[in-house]
Design a protein around this ligand. Sequence first.
Ligand SMILES: C[S@@+](CC[C@H](N)C(=O)[O-])C[C@H]1O[C@@H](n2cnc3c(N)ncnc32)[C@H](O)[C@@H]1O
Length: 213
Amino acid sequence: MKKKRGFDLAEKRLDVLSKSFFSFLLKQNAGQIVLDLGCGSGWVGIAAAFLHHKVFMYDIEDNFDLSKKVDFLTNEFYTKILFQVKDLTKITANMFPKKVDLVYIGSVLHYFKYKDAKKILKIIRNKLKKGGRIFVSVSGIDTELGVGYKKSCPINNRFFLVSEKNMKRFFITEPVTLYKKREFIDLFENLDFKVIEIKKTAFGNFKAVFEKL
Ligand SMILES: C[S@@+](CC[C@H](N)C(=O)[O-])C[C@H]1O[C@@H](n2cnc3c(N)ncnc32)[C@H](O)[C@@H]1O
C-alpha cells in the first residue's frame, strides 16, 4: 500500500489560476501594482507582496487579519499591502490606485449579478494599464453546483441560490450566477479584453487570463 503522510495542502491550493498568475508575476519587475479582489484569506496577495509588489486587497468579509498572518515581518512589508473591507458591488473608481498592472479575481465573480460583474470590470478596466492582465475564475453552469439550479434563465437575470443539498455541500448560502464558457468570455471581450488562455477544470469551472487591448 502507498505510504500516506497527510494532505499536501499547498499543492491543493495552488490551482491552475494561481499557477498562471505566479508564473507571470515572476517574470515582471518588482513594484507591480496588483489588485486582489475578493481576496478571502489573502494568500495570493500576501505571496505577491513577498515578491516585492504592491498589493491592494478587498473583500466583503474580514477574514484577512494580516497582523496575525505576517506578524513576524517588519513595517516595511506592511506598506506593500493595503487591505480594505469593501462590497465590490458598491465600488467607485476613486477607491483604487490610479494605475493597475495586474488583477486577480479568484472564484468571486459568480457571487455577483451579471450586470454588477460588468460594472465592476468596467471600473477595473479603466484603471488597468494597456496590456495589463486579469487572472479570473468562475463557477461553471455544467458543474455539480449547477444541479438543481435554474440553468435555463438568461444570464442577465440568472442569480439564484443553489440547491439546498449543494448549499451544505459547497458552503454557499448566497445567490450566484453560474456561467457558460461563452458568457464568461463575452463579459471580457465586450470590454475590449482579449483571451490569453481559458481552461475548463475537471469540475466544469472556468479559469482564464485576459489582457486589456
Ligand atoms: C470562494 S472565496 C475566494 C477567495 C480567494 N479569492 C481565493 O481564490 O481563494 C470568495 C470570496 O469572495 C468574497 N466576496 C463575495 N462577495 C463579495 C462582495 N460583494 N464584495 C467583496 N468580496 C466578496 C467572499 O467574502 C470570499 O472571500
